[in-house]
Ligand binder design. Sequence first.
Ligand code: ADP
Ligand code: MG
Ligand code: ZN
Length: 496
Amino acid sequence: MTSRYIPVIGLEIHVQLSTATKIFCPCSTDYIGAEPNTNVCPVCLGLPGSLPVLNKKAVELGVRAGLALSCTIRNHTVFHRKNYFYPDLPKGYQISQYDLPLAEGGEIYIPGDDGRPRRIRITRLHLEEDAGKLVHSAADGRLEGAAFSFVDYNRGGVPLAEIVSEPDITSPGEAREYVARIRQTVRYLGVSDGDMERGSLRVDANVSVKKTDAATGEVLCWGERTEIKNMNSLRAVERALEYEIRRQTAVLAEGGTLERETRHWNDGEGVTTSMRSKEAANDYRYFPDPDIPPIVVTEELLESTRNSLPELPWAKERRFGEEYGLPEADAAFMAESLPVALYFEECVKSGASPLRAANWIRTEVFRVMNEKGFSMDSFPVKPSALAELVSMVDGGKLSTTVAREVFAHLAGGRSLKDALAAAGASPGGLSAEDVEKMVEKVLTVNGDVVEEIRSGRDPKGKKIKFLAGLVMRDARGQADAAAVSGILERRLKEGR
Ligand code: ADP
Ligand code: MG
Ligand code: ZN
């Protein structure tokens, strides 16, 4: 009997909510680059006698994300204290949610490994406060041979939404798609900037493998699961899971057993290492925070949030396919972020053919954006200018090569008129008369070739093609190739 090992993956994603102030106090959430321990107050430092006051905006953003993920929103929700001791947590407990989360029972669809949509169930979305940050440093000279740990509480109390998936994910690639979808969604919603590198979106990946009978699919053994932390990019999520699945499979295949543990992803070495065992399971002694009254989510808030949801990424993708006839990959690319979607639709509204516009945005616009470090919002080429350029190419007035040159000038900040001039292209393309003149010139300059053709020494038409090439070069690609050959043939016959 041959067996197969099938991965089982469930993700916990923390997203930092885009509020100006912390979840229970008026301190700023802007901790990146701030002087350590300057965005703090008695509440987020957990000083005795201080009282938390819930930031309504955090609840609204949580509701927004919950609704977009098709969750049911609880109309009464409660904050609990999760008790544990660690220096990044000055109160000795984290305010989080336990058995009454803000939202639960949602779903999201991702492209599965076979290309077909796969449904991933969302267990819950709850709100909690972030902890402070420990900064470890080597000896600083004060104490020979010692290492120091510093603590910065600026991040303590910053609002997070934790989104927990069911273990419905079956491969590292799917896990990556799932994270990408969640990130895209929270960005669309304006709920979080979703920046993984800066830590405003953090993924904990739970993974196990089950041993099945390759023939019948019957599960022979469920492996214990591990939880991986410290993945700072989509690629890292995928690589860490690939590694961990290989590792777990190897252990089980050798007849070994796995331990329930938390593992650390080391991106440089491409391995996970054990951080702590779950055997000494933390007892968090959860209890309702007596300082925070239960939260009532009103019907009004639900209604107004529902009405203010933007068109969501998957709906936009579908519409781009249906309304503009974009192939799936193009539709997904154009709907990837709101600014790109907006740019694309502006382009189309200004008269560009959707397929061409999408093609130009995917290639030229993104190339220049990456090269010059522009964001879509600050991109110097207005969608209307790109639309005009694209229409000129479509109308045969400009070759793609010259259009690219014009585009580079546009991206350099020139107006369309100046860009066309700089690329040696006249705005209206070339008139038939202009082309006629160019043919005339080429014929005059290349009298010897003309003579050879007229005397029948060009049976394969190679020389005519050579002349046509010269005309096209002079026309900087703005002439229609078929028209040029037509004129050339007529003129060569006339003179015979
Ligand atoms: P914990 O209390 O340890 O955080 P939870 O039950 O809340 O555990 O689950 C955390 C995550 O682990 C969820 O995303 C869930 O989908 C995932 N998970 C649960 N069982 C498994 C399993 N057998 N293999 C992989 N992931 C799992
Ligand atoms: Mg967990
Ligand atoms: Zn504070």
